[in-house]
Design a protein around this ligand. Structure first.
Ligand code: NA7
Length: 539
């Protein structure tokens, strides 16, 4: 039964987005609190970012046993991952499995993009209009739109005139893009480009990579999982969950409690080598000061640059790839499967668009300030309008006509990344100001959803009609987010998307909370224990 028309009773909650967060939030509100809830989703199916990121080589950088829900032992027991790092189709199968397992389908509405959401103050409800021409009403508006869902296609003159095909990795065509035997250009060498480049190189006649900023990458060392390991995950589910809740990045590994200076140069090299051989994001967990002490970071950076030069045979290409201008892991560190090795192939070439920028695109290909590159396909692996893009696209208006766009004109302002002053009864799962993209996301999603669910249960029990982040508490939290970032090397990268610097005109503000997941959880729990201190509660 749907509730889209004005004659029906308003819902208790509208959730926007059917990724992991939207699905789990539907489950808790509907099945634990017995509320009337619908999920509105623009795409044809569940998956969120994993629905759209279908580019060749798309894979999760979190280890598969950490990239799943742990709130239900039965759900854990019902699923096996096949590889250390799952590929996009397998993640999408997992998400569909979650929807089946929790019987979520009847309460999710697809092909329905939210076009606006307006707070109706006299009636204390949210009015949501959609691309289907409907209006939905609900007491609570919960955004579950993900942090990396708004593709950033660069505004390069002439793209419209390109005679070949082009696509963005984050909005990949559902029926794929055939690159067999074609001349392909990839723009961008972030995590997506680094995953896609080795796979595209195997398909294309020739691949030209347009690199603006050279990047670190650690081998993923992906491999199929053994039956023993699959059993181990099920048997130790509680321990795995506990570990992820205790670590700063919500991964299944601890940061070693030692400084890079606690060991000799020889020992340090051996530690890096072992981490390189093991592969994965835990390379950055080898020492606890890599993100705080630039000189400690340099030791890791130099190790990786040396590896690049060892792997890549052409000295000029090796120089371009290892000429990295930022500290290791101060931008999101990619992990890869044979990325640097790919540059040893005869059909792959690297173009330096930092020194010779792209001037325009024409019917035949890309023109840089140095040369013209004829292409049949252009792949933009150019990232996202991260964290705020999808929220702002929803045209949200809160109390007294305040738009989210105006409220955030100088950068996102929230309390705990959960609520925004001026927008009562609206919750933002993994919103800006929460650890979100600095974490392995499923544990952070579980924590946010559980917090919101407990909060709504409390509001109902206390007869509170409206909850809104206090302005002073939010200002203080924004300061804490800045302070936490400034304790690290993260804000020092001038072109980081953590700062919004990748999108022209976006305010330059460090968006995720860098104080660590465990610390953040503690703060959220404390706020709840104190009767939701820092929120205005109106009867
Ligand atoms: P990222 O990490 O934002 O990487 C985007 C890449 O595209 C990066 O190399 C950018 O160079 C490059 N870029 C962006 N805009 C341009 C323009 N206009 N011209 C040339 N090159 C450009 O996005 P990803 O999709 O790879 O990864 C996003 C997250 O997804 C990742 O962190 C994981 O959490 C999963 P730049 O560095 O800005 O010079």
């Amino acid at each position: 039964m749907l509730y889209p028309t004005s004659s029906d009773q308003p819902l208790d909650a509208i959730i926007v987005g059917a990724g992991l967060s939207g699905m789990y939030q539907l489950h808790t509100l509907r099945d634990q609190l017995n509320l009337r809830v619908k999920v509105l989703e623009a795409a044809e199916g569940v998956g969120g970012t994993w629905y759209h990121n279908r580019y060749p080589g798309a894979r999760c950088d979190s280890e598969s046993h950490s990239y799943m829900f742990y709130f239900s032992k039965a759900l854990v027991a019902s699923w096996d991952w096949s590889e250390r790092y799952p590929q996009q189709p397998e993640i999408l199968r997992y998400m569909n499995h979650v929807a089946d397992f929790l019987k979520l389908w009847p309460d999710m509405v697809f092909n329905t993009r939210v076009q606006s959401a307006q707070f109706d103050e006299p009636n204390n409800l949210w009015r949501v209009t959609t691309s289907q021409g409907e209006e939905w009403r609900a007491k609570y508006l919960i955004t579950a739109v993900g942090c990396l869902s708004s593709a950033n296609v660069p505004d390069i003159p002439g793209l419209d005139s390109f005679a070949g095909e082009w696509a963005h990795t984050g909005a990949w065509p559902l029926d794929g893009l055939d690159m067999t035997g074609k001349r392909v250009g990839v723009v961008g060498t972030g995590s997506s480009g680094i995953q896609a480049i080795p796979v595209i190189a195997e398909q294309a006649a020739h691949l030209t990579v347009f690199q603006r900023t050279a990047n670190y990458s650690i081998p993923a060392r992906n491999a199929p999982l053994s039956e023993d390991f699959k059993q181990h995950v099920k048997q130790t589910a509680d321990d795995i969950r506990q570990l992820m809740q205790e670590t700063p990045n919500a991964h299944c590994f601890r940061i070693q409690p030692r400084s890079a200076w606690d060991v000799s140069d020889v020992e340090r090299q051996a530690i890096y080598q072992a981490a390189w051989d093991k592969g994965g994001l835990q390379f950055r967990a080898t020492f606890n000061d890599l993100l705080r002490d630039k000189e400690a970071n340099d030791t890791a950076a130099e190790f990786i640059k040396h590896k690049i030069k060892q792997v890549v045979r052409d000295p000029h290409t090796a120089e371009l790839l290892s000429d990295i201008d930022h500290p290791f892991a101060a931008k999101r560190p990619p992990i890869d499967s044979h990325y640097f090795e790919t540059y040893n192939r005869d059909n792959v070439s690297l173009v330096d668009i930092r020194r010779h920028p792209i001037l325009h695109i024409d019917a035949q290909g890309i023109q840089t300030s140095q040369a013209h590159f004829p292409l049949d396909v252009i792949v933009f692996a150019t990232g996202f309008d991260a964290m705020t893009g999808s929220l702002l696209r929803m045209n949200i208006t809160g109390r007294e006509g305040l738009t989210l766009k105006d409220a955030w004109h100088a950068g996102p302002r929230s309390y705990l990344g959960l609520q925004v002053p001026g927008f009562p009864n609206m919750f933002t799962i993994t919103g800006p100001g929460s650890p979100s993209v600095l974490c392995n996301l499923p544990p952070q999603i579980e924590q946010h959803v559980n917090w919101i669910t407990d909060c709504i249960a409390y509001l109902h029990k206390q007869g509170i009609q409206q909850m809104e982040a206090d302005t002073a508490a939010s200002d203080d939290w924004v300061q804490q987010v800045n302070d936490a970032a400034n304790e690290t090397l993260l804000p020092q990268v001038r072109h980081s998307w953590y700062l919004g610097a990748n999108v022209p005109g976006k305010p330059r503000v460090f968006m995720p909370y860098a104080g660590g997941f465990a610390r953040y959880r503690g703060i959220c729990d404390e706020v709840a224990a104190q009767g939701y201190k820092g929120f205005l509660l109106r009867a």
